[in-house]
Ligand binder design. Structure first.
Ligand code: FAD
Length: 168
């Protein structure tokens, strides 16, 4: 007999602090999402919810709270995703709402969407499905172009930035 999600969760109490602590132990990279704003300028936003979903067709997703990037991506139906190098922590800070005065982000259009000129890997993505989950929206997207360059990733683990120790 299957049970509805409400029945499954009835009576289950997960401590929010423990959930936050435990889920922060899943190490991720850092991605700057890019999209065009109302004036045709590039808007950027830092995320670590970027995930590869399938290889064929090449599909990714990001999970976003309501905000400027959420609004623009909903309207445009597409976004760029740029995986940061280990020396790009200031980009992550900047695009998460704490502007870094000295930073001059440089964007380029490789196929048809703007992405950071310098990054470990870039993706141009077209949204194929939007799924609302509580206060977040999953933007599932097909990758229409991508590329990469050498280097090491910026990592996020335990709510802090790290440099990856690449295994030999
Ligand atoms: P804003 O906060 O208005 O924009 C982001 C910032 O980037 C602003 O300071 C803006 O001035 C600046 N900016 C944008 N474009 C440019 C440009 N072209 N030139 C110069 N400056 C520019 N939130 C989620 O919903 N999902 C996640 O997965 C997620 N992961 C995160 C991971 C990390 C490590 C961190 C630090 C934050 C994460 N966040 C995530 C939070 C998110 O990055 C912030 O809430 C962010 O501020 C939301 O961006 P916004 O588009 O709503 O608008």
């Amino acid at each position: 007999m299957s049970r509805s999600p409400a029945a499954v969760s009835a009576g289950i109490q997960v401590d929010p602090d423990e959930f936050r602590r435990s889920v922060s132990l899943f190490a991720t990279g850092i991605v700057v999402l890019t999209c065009e704003d109302d004036d045709g300028k590039v808007h950027g936003m830092t995320v670590n919810s970027f995930t590869s979903v399938s290889l064929d067709p090449p599909t990714v997703l990001v999970s976003l709270r309501a905000g400027k990037a959420h609004r623009l991506i909903s309207r445009n139906g597409r976004y760029g995703a740029c995986i940061l190098h280990e020396d790009q922590q200031s980009f992550s800070t900047h695009f998460s709402g704490r502007p870094q005065e000295a930073l001059q982000p440089d964007f380029t259009v490789r196929h048809c969407l703007p992405t950071l000129r310098k990054c470990l890997a870039w993706f141009e993505c077209e949204t194929v499905e939007k799924v609302q989950i509580h206060d977040h929206t999953l933007f599932v997207a097909q990758v229409i172009a991508c590329g990469s360059e050498g280097g090491a990733p910026l990592m996020f683990y335990g709510s802090r930035y790290h440099r990856a120790a690449i295994a030999a």
